[in-house]
Design a protein around this ligand. Structure first.
Ligand code: FAD
Length: 587
């Protein structure tokens, strides 16, 4: 790396906080995935201003750079671009404030998830996202990856628990997004950064939501002689109207590996176990546990064991959290896959995973967040064998394809990074990807911030001829009947440079920043159907013009809106706002 640039870094952060000799930087050449690339240097800034100065220096010298927490991600996200700079956030490791009354905490990005939990517990609070790696993963990494964890089934993933962020943008500007409540007065710009995998900005401070510890907890181990029956029990429990705090599953190879590493009381002769935890007010919890035990028994469970005390509960969890580590006993190398299917598809997905592994002559095991339908097949191999690494990647890609074919998606929580970049084409069209490329361009015009991650390279396309504009726009409002018509109207308005105002029933029409020039309302009134109602997966798909009151009256559902930013923005920016019908519900 250029000497003048290294000297500049040393001026900003101090000599002792820049690493550039080959042995030192080698340590930062990998993360927990199988990707490896040696950076040109690693810098360890101590505060936000230093980070901003480092970023400005990178922009001036056109040096690509990547933010890094503790490098535990499983998709190659924090591996540096060739010869690029790693900006390690380990020194920003302070919990700045905990506000029990306002139910939030302010943290620096290098604090680990576990350190925050330990600081909150004595005050009677917890932070709901709890990745299995919580002892060694930073909150900055959790936010950048939108991490999940066992308790995210009930409480939601990281994005549901981030209120505000301080971010250094790709040109070194420091901005604050969101605040200390969920009531954003701006567009949800935090939503872009959360799950952005360090490609849009560097998180230097976060205000996160904290929750009171539940009054009571019951943890159970359900033991099965058959993997399919364990998977079936998962959707039956939810169909039964119960939302456990966790619903985790592990199959025989992992059970044996875990028991050899940290004896946790899992039966060695079982084909699968479910770790089911319920929490909440004491009243009624025992009844719920009985209901779960009954459902498990009706679905082939051999036995359900309840943890008698905290020590037994901790033991059950130690096994689950240590499962990836324990897998090292099964083979010299493994590739952890991460994809999601509707949870009713779990039995089919598990059998397809087994078929793919068999086809590629690989052994495998499963340990995963079953409640979320979030699979983690571990493909076991020995990288020293001929072409074994390629074989594992091919098998991984085939598994992702199978999950997509079952109505699932390419990642549940581990991100896209470098590893799943080609898999993006399985779920996004080239048009979708173009929108995501434009978004990246807005945040990072020089493409220096963690380049080469998430979005695959564009494919050459023939540009279709633009159809002539024949119809005159309706002067007053447009009310499309279907998505295709909405797209057409938006396209025509775009070509005519006509401003549109997406509108529902117009009940909030007089509030907020009103348009200062004439706009044509594009109304969603005709999108009022229930497209799909799937209580076993807790999903209802509706047209965006449906009134909430009508939906709730007819279907007995409680709606908690959520949106994945890549999916959401790609649809919204394409002008298909009317076609955003997916709302997750529980109840
Ligand atoms: C044994 C094991 C178990 C795991 N279990 C889970 C699990 O249950 N759930 C789950 O979701 N994940 C899990 N993971 C994956 C991983 O731990 C998470 O993705 C974690 O959030 C990464 O945190 P980190 O500090 O290691 O981030 P890193 O790996 O250093 O970085 C991850 C990504 O975030 C970016 N980044 C890091 N810090 C910042 C920042 N301050 N600002 C902007 N971008 C940043 C990086 O550029 C990179 O793209 C597991 C991993 C292991 C090894």
């Amino acid at each position: 790396m250029d000497l003048a640039f290294l000297n500049k870094l040393k001026q900003i952060v101090g000599n002792q906080h820049v690493a550039f000799n080959p042995t030192d930087v080698e340590v930062y050449s990998y993360d927990a995935s199988l990707a490896v690339r040696t950076p040109g240097a690693v810098v360890f800034p101590g505060n936000t201003n230093e980070i901003a100065s480092v970023v400005r220096a990178c922009a001036e010298a056109r040096i690509p750079f990547v933010p890094r927490g503790f490098g535990t991600n499983l998709s190659g996200g924090s591996v540096a671009p060739e010869g690029g700079l790693v900006i390690c956030l380990a020194r920003l490791n302070r919990i700045l404030d905990i506000h029990p009354k306002r139910r939030c905490a302010v943290v620096q990005p290098g604090v680990t998830n576990f350190e925050l939990q330990n600081a909150l517990a004595p005050k009677g609070f917890f932070f709901a996202p709890d990745p299995a790696s919580q002892k060694v993963a930073t909150l900055g990494g959790n936010i950048a990856e939108n991490s999940g964890g066992p308790h995210c089934f009930k409480y939601g993933v990281t994005r549901n628990h981030v209120l505000g962020l301080q971010v250094v943008l790709a040109d070194g500007e420091i901005v604050r997004l969101g605040g200390s409540t969920h009531d954003y007065t701006e567009n949800d710009l935090c939503g872009f950064i959360i799950g952005g995998e360090g490609t849009l900005g560097i998180i230097t401070e976060a205000t996160v939501k904290i929750l009171p510890l539940p009054e009571a907890v019951i943890t159970m181990l359900a033991i099965y002689d058959n993997v399919t029956e364990a998977a079936q029990s998962v959707s039956k429990i939810i169909e039964g109207g119960i939302i456990p705090a966790t619903l985790e599953m592990m199959d025989a190879p992992l059970i044996r590996a875990v028991e050899e590493s940290f004896p946790s009381g899992y039966p060695l002769d079982a084909s699968a176990v479910l770790i089911i935890e319920i929490d909440g007010p004491k009243t009624g919890l025992a009844g719920q546990a009985e209901q779960i035990k009954r459902i498990c028994s009706e679905n082939g469970c051999r036995h359900v064991r309840e943890a008698r005390d905290e020590a037994e509960r901790d033991l059950l969890w130690a096994g689950r959290r240590g499962a990836f580590g324990a897998a090292a006993r099964l083979a010299p190398n493994f590739l952890v896959m991460d994809c999601t299917v509707p949870r009713t598809m779990l039995p089919e997905a598990l059998s397809r995973v087994a078929a793919v592994a068999k086809k590629h002559q690989l052994t495998h095991g499963n340990v995963f967040h079953a409640g979320d339908g979030n699979l983690h097949p571990l493909l076991l191999f020995d990288a020293r064998g001929h072409d074994q690494l390629n074989l594992a990647h091919q098998a991984g890609f085939d598994i992702v394809k199978e999950c997509v074919a079952l109505g699932g998606t390419i990642t549940g929580e581990h991100g896209v990074g470098a590893e799943k970049i080609e898999a993006m084409r399985l779920i996004f069209s080239e048009d979708d990807l173009d929108v995501q490329r434009s978004l990246k361009q807005v945040f990072d015009p020089l493409d220096l911030l963690n380049p080469g991650k998430i979005i695959p390279a564009p494919i050459e396309r023939d540009t279709p001829p633009e159809p002539p504009i024949t119809e005159k726009q309706n002067e007053y409002s447009l009310t499309p009947s279907d998505t295709r018509e909405a797209c057409e109207m938006v396209r025509r308005a775009f070509l005519n440079r006509t401003p549109l105002l997406p509108q529902g029933h117009g009940t909030q029409g007089g509030f907020g920043n009103l348009p200062t020039r004439p706009v044509i309302p594009l109304r969603s009134l005709k999108f009022s159907d229930v497209i799909d109602y799937d209580p076993a997966n807790q999903v209802v798909t509706i047209g965006s013009g449906m009134r909430l009151s009508v939906l709730q009256k007819n279907r007995c559902v409680r709606i908690i809106p959520s949106a994945d930013w890549w999916g959401w923005t790609s649809a919204a920016l394409r002008g298909c706002v009317m076609a955003l019908p997916v709302i997750c519900c529980s109840g």
